[in-house]
Design a protein around this ligand. Structure first.
Ligand code: CDP
Length: 227
């Protein structure tokens, strides 16, 4: 398919498979994939290491100034780096997952991340996944997908993913974390998680990766008249 230089936004709830689908779309269309959640996770790890967030999730206002000196960037293989250190594994830990949503609710954190995301997106041909890509970061995105799946399917996926990485989480902790994050993400004041009016909704609870990708290709063909 000869795809125009568009931005594709993939938003949705935790563990709905946004990143898996977005990566597949990127590979298929030759686009760049960008994981906005990784940046929120990177800021959270930074806040934890600098002791700028308490155990209860209270953010020290000094984090805003500290972010000026923070270097978060993606390596060529898509892994996240803090300076010279690859932090890809650490940012996926339960410790980071348990504090990322309060951190991501802080308006100054969102402004910092948004600045980076918009720079990446300025040249088009990207697929970005997150919570507010189609509503706030790139409201002009030419194709928006909003993903959902049943809570049971989502928890099971995240649980298996963590086990495959050698972690041993409790399924109930995984469920609790998904619920908490979805609640905070949908109820925060600044750019909460919601479906953009012009987004196409995809419930992939019972779909295979091949079916999902075929669904997206169908959308692109229909929307841009490409055969
Ligand atoms: O992969 P998963 O669905 O668990 O989450 P993620 O995409 O890694 O995002 C982690 C967290 O970052 C979310 O729960 C949100 O609190 C925050 N986030 C956000 O607020 N806005 C985005 N565009 C992306 C992530």
């Amino acid at each position: 398919m000869n795809i125009p230089d568009i931005i594709i936004a993939v938003d949705g709830y935790s563990s709905t498979g946004k990143s898996s689908l977005a990566k597949k779309i990127a590979r298929k269309f030759g686009f760049l994939y960008l994981d906005s959640g990784a940046l929120y996770r990177g800021v959270t790890l930074f806040a934890q290491e600098e002791r700028l967030i308490s155990r209860l999730g209270r953010i020290d206002p000094a984090l805003e100034k500290a972010l000026e000196g923070l270097d978060l960037h993606f390596g060529s293989d898509g892994r996240l780096f803090m300076g010279a250190r690859c932090i890809e594994q650490q940012i996926r830990s339960m410790e980071v997952s348990s504090q990322v949503s309060p951190v991501a609710a802080a308006p100054f954190v969102r402004a910092w991340v948004d600045g980076k995301l918009r720079l990446f997106g300025s040249r088009g041909r990207i697929v970005m996944d997150g919570r507010d890509i189609g509503t706030a970061v790139f409201p002009q995105a030419q194709l928006k997908i909003f993903m959902t799946a049943s809570e049971e399917v989502r928890a099971r996926r995240r649980y298996e993913e963590m086990k495959a990485k050698g972690e041993s989480p409790l399924l109930e902790d995984v469920v609790k974390n998904l619920r908490e994050r979805d609640y905070i993400d949908s109820h925060r004041d600044t750019n909460p998680l919601r479906r953009a009016d012009d987004a196409f909704e995809l419930d992939n609870s019972e779909m295979s990766f091949e079916e999902e990708l075929a669904w997206v290709q169908g959308l692109v063909q229909g929307k841009f008249g490409i055969l």
